[in-house]
Design a protein around this ligand. Structure first.
Ligand code: ZN
Length: 383
C-alpha cells in the first residue's frame, strides 16, 4: 500500500527551496526558512547547533525532532544538506511537464533540495493524516559541498536516534550501502632555485623530482575497491629559474581500510625514495632535496551489512510498499560516511537528482514522488 502523495504541493515545495539561494557558507536564509517550516509541522525540537563557528557558515546544522506516538518502536533519522555548489545566485526554476531545471545560468539545487522537499512532504502527510510513527529526527547539514564540514562538526550528542538515511544521491530506487574511505594528501618537494641558463647545475629541480615520483605511481583505478589521483600541481616561478618548490595535491580512496593505508604509504615511500636517489654535483654542495607530507583522513568508509537494522528496516518497508530497490556500492564520500564514522549507520537513498553540479541539472517530479513514497513507507511500516 502506498500513500497518495500531494504531487503539486511537493512540486511547489521543491521549487520554493531551489529558489532560496544557499551556496555553501551562505545557508542563513534557507536555515531560517526550514526552522519555520519544521516548527509549523509540529516539531518537538528545532535546534541549530554551534557548528557555524567552525565551518564559517551563516548557519549551524539543524537537528529537528518529531517524537512521534510510537515510543515502543525504534526511531531513526533522515538527513540532507542545505548547501549547494555554485552558481546559485538567483535560481529560477523552470518546469517543463514534470521535469524541473534552471534557466540555464545557475544550478538547480536538486542536490540536495530534492531530499529536503521529500522530507517536508513526508512530515506534512504524517501530520495531515495523523499517522502514527516512531521518533523521527531530521538532520540538515551545512557546507557538505566543501568537505562535509557541517557533518564533521555536528553536535552528535544532541541526537537521540542511532541510525538513519541520508537522502543524497542521483538516480532513483537505489540505496547505497557501501562507500569508500578517503585520505587527502599534500606533498611538498623543496629543491633549490638557480638560474636555468647561467648555472643550472647549482639548482635542484623540484618539478622533475615530482614528475619522476608521480610517473612511477599507478593512478586511477588500482583495484576493484580503490582509486588514486593527483589533481593539483602548483609551483615554479619562471622558465629561466630551476623550480625550487612544487606542491601536489591528491587523494586515495578505498572501501578497504588496509588498502587505503597501503596505497597511501606507497605515495609516501615513492616520493621518499625518489628524493633519496637524487644525486647532486659539485655546484649543489651538500644541499639535498626535501619532501614533506600532509596526509589527512578525509572521511571513513561506509559499509552496511544486510542484517543491520538500518538495512533491514528499509528492506521490510520497501517490500511492504511494493518497491523494488537496488542495494549498491558507490565511489563517493558524503555526510553519511561521517555519520558512520561517529557510530551512526547511515544508508544513502537516491533522490532522483540528475546531472548535479552542472547548469543542465534536472529533476523529474515523478522521481521525487517515488522518493517520498519510500520515505513514507520507512516511517510508517512497523519495525
Ligand atoms: Zn549532495
Amino acid at each position: 500500500m502506498t500513500i497518495a502523495i500531494n504531487r503539486e504541493r511537493l512540486a511547489a515545495t521543491f521549487a520554493e527551496l531551489c529558489e532560496i539561494s544557499s551556496p555553501f557558507r551562505k545557508e542563513g536564509a534557507i536555515a531560517a526558512y526550514l526552522k519555520d517550516k519544521f516548527a509549523a509541522l509540529g516539531a518537538d525540537e528545532v535546534f541549530e547547533d554551534n557548528s557555524a563557528v567552525k565551518t564559517g557558515s551563516e548557519s549551524g546544522n539543524l537537528i529537528v525532532r518529531f517524537n512521534g506516538s510510537l515510543p515502543e518502536q525504534q526511531g531513526f533519522f533522515l538527513s540532507c544538506h542545505m548547501d549547494t555548489v555554485e552558481p546559485a545566485d538567483g535560481v529560477k526554476v523552470v518546469r517543463t511537464g514534470d521535469v524541473f531545471s534552471s534557466k540555464g545560468d545557475t544550478i538547480l539545487g536538486g542536490d540536495d533540495k530534492s531530499g529536503i522537499a521529500a522530507i517536508l512532504e513526508l512530515l506534512t502527510l504524517l501530520k495531515e493524516h495523523n499517522t502514527p510513527h516512531p521518533m523521527l529526527e531530521i538532520i540538515v547539514t551545512t557546507c557538505e559541498e566543501i568537505g562535509l564540514l557541517g557533518a564533521k562538526h555536528l553536535e552528535y550528542d544532541r541526537l537521540l536516534t542511532t541510525y538513519g538515511y541520508a537522502l543524497d544521491s542521483s538516480g532513483i530506487d537505489h540505496v547505497i550501502v557501501g562507500a569508500p574511505a578517503a585520505n587527502k594528501i599534500k606533498v611538498e618537494i623543496k629543491g633549490l632555485a638557480a638560474h636555468a641558463g647561467l648555472c643550472p647545475d647549482a639548482g635542484i629541480n623540484a618539478l622533475t623530482l615530482a614528475a619522476e615520483a608521480l610517473s612511477s605511481l599507478r593512478m586511477g583505478r588500482l583495484d576493484e575497491e580503490s582509486t588514486r589521483n593527483f589533481g593539483v600541481i602548483q609551483g615554479g616561478v619562471a622558465t629561466n629559474i630551476v623550480p625550487e618548490r612544487i606542491v601536489l595535491r591528491g587523494e586515495v580512496r578505498s572501501h578497504s581500510t588496509d588498502k587505503l593505508h597501503r596505497y597511501t604509504k606507497e605515495i609516501y615511500d615513492t616520493f621518499e625514495q625518489t628524493v633519496a636517489r637524487w644525486q647532486g654535483g659539485p655546484a649543489t654542495g651538500d644541499k639535498r632535496p626535501l619532501v614533506t607530507f600532509d596526509i589527512i583522513g578525509d572521511y571513513p568508509a561506509l559499509s552496511l551489512a544486510d542484517d543491520t537494522p538500518v538495512i533491514k528496516r528499509i528492506r521490510k518497508a520497501s517490500a511492504m510498499a511494493g518497491k523494488n530497490l537496488q542495494y549498491i556500492v558507490a565511489g563517493g564520500g558524503s555526510d553519511a560516511n561521517i555519520f558512520c564514522g561517529y557510530g551512526l549507520p547511515t544508508a544513502i537513498i537516491a533522490t532522483g537528482m540528475d546531472k548535479v553540479h552542472t547548469l543542465e541539472e534536472q529533476l523529474d517530479l515523478n522521481d521525487l514522488v517515488r522518493l517520498t513514497e519510500i520515505l513514507h513507507a520507512v516511517a510508517t511500516t512497523p519495525f
